[in-house]
Design a protein around this ligand. Structure first.
Ligand code: ADP
Ligand code: MG
Length: 613
């Protein structure tokens, strides 16, 4: 085929392929235009997932009558003029392609009246057929209507998902924009039903809660940082509200929603050891910095950016999020379902039966595991189980219940209970859980999880000041392995040295451990078991060459092995010591795998449940 110029319609449709993927992207581009036009209020309506109709109406600056044809022309923009402007982009748009792209794949009309204008104008288009603008009566602002999206590009249309899915994406897109612009009012309706209504001039926190859900208010910590020219404001979710998807992790740079691997990494790092690594935190961060420090023109939808100094941003985000989490009380509160009115009978159980518990037939759980049981219950069932918990406590720990009751009775609202007052305030339940109190209520601790965290922090602190201390073995411990694992040993040598472990092959299928980590020795960890597990892990997962991550993983394993186990009977002094560590160790609220170490039942909740409030 000879080389030919592509016809303009095709050029625009190709451009549309990059920017306009689906109805949600049309909505994003149109709403961004309204934001750029200085709108105070933006109304969005879609029908049939946006394929039938998308309408975005604003009260912004409008488009002058004679500029209407230009607005739908490719590479026509009012936002930048020269290359230098690219270094200081303060608007959402600047490429001048959105309207032309949308027009090329739909039937579009724009009705607009500029702020000072006498009357309005309308311009209609269908693919590349653009009609000349006509005068029309209209209020100040702009209404863009997009019908039959992708009517002339069937391949694109086929690519769309179910109506419901497309609608959800539109909602998501509007929410994302609304989060970043709390001063602007937003209304979204889908198929004639009002879905979202956000007033203008909302304070940032209020807007964020309106979008994320007011019920999360208690779970979101406010972050504010200003470091090395980078300002960050945001809401940082406590570990308890981490999710299985990254949908609740939102990043904004200078008001624009972005995705950025390096910042995501910083966030993950800040939550390390607080949430399970497969989960993502709920977090919204608004980062503001000098536009000259960032290139937003690396991606057609501008969702990816390039930082001039990515390392600095990584560092600032990491320390800001970490500091916010560190300051907070991360102990999850047990919330029992709505308190019943106690004037009635006790027998108003919810319809749903509690889930099968263990293998036993008995419907009431063994008290030792009631914490686990609690965690597995749906929230609406917790009120029911609480009676079982209460009963278990009454049997196992009447003194705890009595202390709490007495405290509630006396009701010294201002005068909080002291922390653990003496060892008699600590009770070990079924050799696995520690029940005690703090100033706001009853505290239940998983002894293994807490000690694991304590051991982990100890190991980490020691390794920060050099290799771990090691102890020579009188006789080498012989570890039976396979030939491949003998080979692996060589690769693991630098890591082992840091951990204070000396090991060498003593034959084709055996390794001798000549020196072992002192701390593990003291805790009675068997060097043979330890080495087998470490080598097995390295073999199945491969040797991790990111040395920090590998070290972290191994310290994790060490902490787990060295920690007190569930089922270990502890002396009162040992219990007291463990609780003392809880006060000093960082991230004591969660074990190194991110599971909680501690649950709290507040006095307020107890009062509510016992019908005392
Ligand atoms: P860009 O936003 O990159 O400039 P668009 O194709 O999205 O490109 O829009 C082209 C031009 O049309 C904008 O630069 C702006 O001048 C004008 N425009 C588009 N939408 C609106 C609106 N809602 N209100 C006022 N002007 C608008
Ligand atoms: Mg635009």
């Amino acid at each position: 085929m000879p080389i030919r110029r592509l016809p303009p319609l095709l050029v625009n449709q190709i451009a549309a392929g990059e920017v306009i993927e689906r109805p949600a992207s049309v909505v994003k581009e149109l709403v961004e235009n309204s934001i750029d036009a200085g709108a105070q209020r933006i109304e969005i309506a879609i029908e049939q997932g946006g394929t039938e109709l998308i309408r975005v109406a604003d009260d912004g600056g409008g488009i002058p009558f004679d500029e209407l044809p230009l607005a739908v022309t490719a590479h026509a923009t009012s936002k930048i003029q020269a290359a230098e402007d690219l270094d200081a982009i303060a608007t959402m748009g600047f490429r001048g392609e959105a309207l032309a792209s949308i027009a090329s794949v739909s039937r579009m009309s724009i009705v607009s009246r500029p702020a000072g204008g006498e009357s309005g104008g309308i311009i209609e288009s269908e693919g590349d057929q653009v009609q000349p603008p006509q005068p029309i009566g209209a209020p100040v602002g702009t209404v863009v209507t997009v019908r039959n999206l992708f009517f002339n590009t069937p391949a694109r249309r086929k690519f769309l998902r179910a109506e419901q899915t497309e609608s959800t994406r539109v909602t998501d897109s509007v929410e994302s924009l609304a989060l970043a612009h709390p001063n602007i009012g937003f209304v979204l309706s889908i198929d004639g039903k009002l879905r979202l209504e956000l007033p203008s001039q909302q304070p940032a926190r209020e807007r964020a809660l309106a979008v994320l859900g007011d019920e999360l208010a208690e779970e979101l910590l406010e972050l504010a940082a200003d470091d090395r020219g980078i300002c960050i404001w945001g809401l940082v979710g406590k570990p308890a509200i981490a999710r299985g998807t990254a949908k609740h992790q939102r990043l904004y740079l200078n008001g624009r929603s972005i995705v950025d691997r390096s910042i995501n990494h910083a966030i993950k790092e800040a939550y390390r050891g607080l949430i399970d690594p497969t989960r993502s935190p709920t977090i919204v961060l608004f980062i503001t910095l000098d536009p000259a420090q960032v290139d937003v023109n690396v991606h057609p939808t501008k969702s990816e950016v390039r930082f001039r100094s990515g390392n600095v941003i990584h560092g600032v985000v990491l320390s800001a999020v970490r500091a916010t989490l560190r300051k907070a009380d991360l102990v999850p509160e047990l919330e029992l379902s709505a308190a019943r009115s106690w004037s009635g009978s006790f027998a108003t159980f919810p319809e749903q039966a509690p889930p099968e518990f263990g293998s036993g037939q008995s419907s009431s759980p063994a008290p030792a595991t009631f914490v686990d049981y609690f965690r597995r219950l749906a929230p609406q069932q917790k009120g029911f189980v609480f009676q079982e918990v209460r009963q278990a406590l009454a049997e196992e720990a009447p003194e705890v219940l009595a202390t709490v009751n007495a405290a509630v009775e006396a009701k010294p609202a201002a005068e909080m209970l002291p922390m653990v007052r003496s060892v008699s305030d600590i009770l070990q339940v079924h050799s696995s859980y520690i029940v005690t109190q703090d100033e706001s209520g009853l505290v239940i601790i998983d002894q293994h999880a807490l000690h694991e965290r304590v051991m982990f922090e100890k190991l980490k602190a020691r390794i920060a000041s050099g290799n771990l201390e090691s102890q020579q073995m009188l006789m080498p411990a012989v570890v039976p392995v396979d030939a491949a694992q003998v080979q692996l040993l060589e690769e693991l040598r630098p890591l082992l040295a840091r951990l204070g472990i000396e090991a060498a092959p003593i034959g084709p299928t055996a390794i001798g451990v000549h020196a072992f980590t002192s701390l593990l020795f003291e805790r009675g960890v068997d060097p043979v078991d330890f080495m087998i597990e470490m080598l097995d892990k390295a073999q199945t997962r491969g040797v991790n060459h990111d040395s920090e991550a590998a070290l972290h993983e191994t310290l994790d394993m060490m902490a787990c092995k060295a920690a007190i186990k569930a089922g270990d009977r502890l002396q009162p002094e040992e219990l007291a010591e463990l609780l003392k560590y809880r006060e000093t160790v960082e991230r004591a609220s969660n074990c190194p795998h991110g599971r909680p170490t501690t649950l709290r039942l507040s006095l307020k909740e107890l009062e509510r449940q016992f019908g005392r409030s």
